[in-house]
Design a protein. Structure first.
Length: 347
């Protein structure tokens, strides 16, 4: 079933072109503010993760495009599937334009699903844009399972980081909605460690292997058949994966299950989003947005991305805001079913 519903048309709206990003030209005061300063990009995963790879690629180039040419560094703040970093930037970081964050998009649904823990409002963030659009997968090593039907009949162990991590939520949702026989093994510091554990046979695989990570880290192994990708969890199938790998939305048993899937999986549509804390002055926010857009269009950046096989599909702040509005309009009964399914009250 193709996802042609109005909700998904809203989510996947193509960026509106240059006029959508038009900003008032930063005043000289912005350049004076940033001159000699250091901008940090907080990432909620350890060095070596794909989030870290994207953040460092951005950090190497964006400083040239920010007025005043500040130094840009990456600060790793792993924990709780990225939620530690998101919460810190939302509630602790000064809203002065010197802190950016590349967050796990799944964290944006935590205030909706788990408001007692996620004390922030993602609609108030200063969204800068996103570096790509993601499609998630579930991947398996060791040959125990070969297709989707096997996942419904053969128990497999899946690695994960924490109960709020996107990889964990993906697996729990698929287990509940499609009767997959998953057993979660949590506590790994990051998905890199989960993948290494799968390669060594400690677990059978994991969900949340994004196609961008697959292409950067293990594309050759995938093409050589070292492991299998058995399901995609994107809003649409990824064009670079074999067409016979099913999308979870095509496997949904009914429309209610499909609505739950939308709540769980749709945030990945804006992939690697970059934001500031709420309340950053508008002239600095405009300068950061312009710098982000200029960086992704820069030939040196594009050459580096191509060399490391980073997928780049720019999405603007308006796209992210529209997607969040669609997610937060989810009917309350679907939200409650999702909360129960994910075991949020038991965390």
């Amino acid at each position: 079933m193709r996802l042609t519903a109005a909700l998904f048309g809203l989510m996947l709206t193509v960026p509106l072109g240059a006029s959508a990003y038009a900003q008032t030209a930063p005043q000289d005061g912005v350049g004076k503010f940033y001159a000699g300063k250091t901008v940090r990009i907080v990432v909620g995963y350890p060095p070596g993760s794909t989030f870290d790879t994207y953040s460092r690629a951005l950090a190497r180039h964006i400083g040239r495009h920010i007025p005043g040419s500040p130094t840009v560094i990456v600060q790793n703040m792993p924990g709780a599937g990225g939620l530690t970093a998101t919460t810190n930037v939302a509630n602790v970081a000064a809203p002065d334009g010197l802190t950016l964050a590349m967050l796990n998009p799944v964290n944006t649904t935590e205030p909706l699903l788990n408001p007692s823990v996620a004390k922030f409002d993602p609609t108030k963030f200063g969204w800068i844009g996103s570096m790509n659009t993601e499609v998630g997968t579930c991947a398996f090593w060791g040959g125990k399972v070969a297709n989707v039907q096997d996942l419904k009949t053969i128990p497999v162990s899946l690695g994960g980081t924490g109960p709020a991590a996107g990889s964990t939520l993906d697996a729990v949702a698929l287990q509940a909605l499609l009767d997959f026989k998953f057993k979660m093994v949590l506590g790994y510091p990051g998905l890199l460690e989960v993948r290494l554990a799968a390669e060594k046979g400690e677990v059978d695989g994991f969900c949340g292997l994004l196609v961008s990570s697959l292409k950067v880290d293990v594309w050759d192994q995938f093409k050589a058949g070292k492991f299998k990708v058995l399901v995609q969890t994107g809003v649409e199938k990824h064009p670079d994966l074999p067409s016979d790998i099913p999308n979870v939305f095509d496997l949904a048993p009914n429309e209610e299950a499909r609505q739950v899937m939308r709540l769980v999986f749709a945030p990945w549509a804006f992939g690697r989003p970059v934001m500031t804390p709420p309340g950053v002055p508008e002239d600095r926010l405009a300068a950061l947005r312009a710098a982000f857009k200029a960086t992704l269009a820069e030939e040196a950046f594009k050459a580096e991305a191509a060399k490391t096989n980073l997928e780049i599909q720019e999405r603007g702040p308006e796209d992210i805001s529209r997607l969040l509005a669609a997610i937060y309009a989810t009917p309350q009964p679907i939200v409650e079913r999702t909360r129960k399914m994910l075991g949020i009250d038991k965390r």
